[in-house]
Design a protein around this ligand. Sequence first.
Ligand SMILES: *Cc1c(COP(=O)(O)O)cnc(C)c1O
Length: 443
Amino acid sequence: MAADAAEEHVERRADEHFERLLATYGSPLYVHDLGRVRQAYGDLAAALPEGARIYYSLKANPHPGLVAELVRAGARAEITSRGELTAALEAGCVAGELLYSGPGKTPGELDEAVAQGVRAFSVESFGDLERIGAAGVAHRVTADCVLRINAAGAPGDAGLRMTGSASQFGFDLDVLLSAPARLRVPGTRVAGLHFFPLTNARDEAGLVAEIVQSIRTAAELRDELGLDLRLVDLGGGFAAPYAVPGERPRYPGLRAAVTEALDASLPGWRTGAPVVAFESGRHLVGDSGTLLTTVTDVKDSKGTRFAVLDAGVNHLGGLSGLGRLLPMKARPLGGGEGEPQRVTLAGPLCTPADLLGRAVEIPGLRPGTVLAFPNVGAYGLTASLLGFLGHRAPAEVLVDGGEVVSATRLALHRHQVPAAGEHSAVTAVTEATAGTTGTAARS
Ligand SMILES: *Cc1c(COP(=O)(O)O)cnc(C)c1O
């Protein structure tokens, strides 16, 4: 009873704060709490082998203020595009400490990345390695390459599998072992291995089994191929709730189990040979974010009540788009009045696919009611259909200890593109910033 009352009090205080922010910055509005980002980083660092490196995957949320907070906490950045490179540099990352990954890196992108000082790449194929090498040779540098491995994983199913079957990601083991000579590419040095077998793993035992298997595979490949392992990136898969209430899972047994496996297979890891790294997006920033959206209309149609919101799949959940509605769960600020009613939550887009909830039970929705979607710090705005129908993006407010430290709005804008011949590196870099226009790091 007392705990409930305390919880209600905390929720009321949070709602009042949200209402003040809405009054200042308008609806819809993303609010990100930097304190929660620090907490998530600390929790993850404590769950991993001591001293392991943590890469933050900007894909989850490239807001430079969030990236900067994670970098201050000790994270490095894992990037996959010009836009993420720009966001990482804007956030204060050192180019030489970035890890550039992802399939389909183009010669142009690679050239720019190397020109900006990026020196570490995750490699998806022999062709990828050759293109990285060409950029390295052009700039007279050696690019450190970690080979992404598409290995059959541990038994059991702990999440969405990213490897083990046909995949655009990484090298199949037999492909790699059949042509080791192709790993000698001027402008590159094979510096290690990269695994990312699954994502959003709630089951700790399954996740640990997968990581342990990757460690064994790394040791076997080192011996088979005679690799000098400087970096072994064991990926991640650390989970977080998405647009529903709830807490990040904890992994209390992971540190001991993975440390034991490292000591057994890669004993040099304790002195940094190899450096052991993990990656995370959603687990680090997911619970920092809330989307506040206002009901603009309530109407009944053939027995179904619709509440139309000022945010839809253009601002949240667009990644899941394609006909698959995630089970999101919003709550009305102030708790709402009256009994819960069954209602379908529609966004403002002119498509029946724009739904943020089907037949959900929420009390007292009328025009002006504000709904809060919790746990949307990852895969929110930039994973959505921002350009579709041209609605303005929500403002994004970063708060720390209740204080607003940054308020920005992401904008897509059209600008002239020079013809290919005149397309200098400088112009291209300016273009890349379009993805992050309007955002700014704290300070
Ligand atoms: C998407 C991705 C991540 C981040 O995934 P999360 O589930 O958000 O932690 C990390 N590494 C790679 C290679 C990815 O593709």
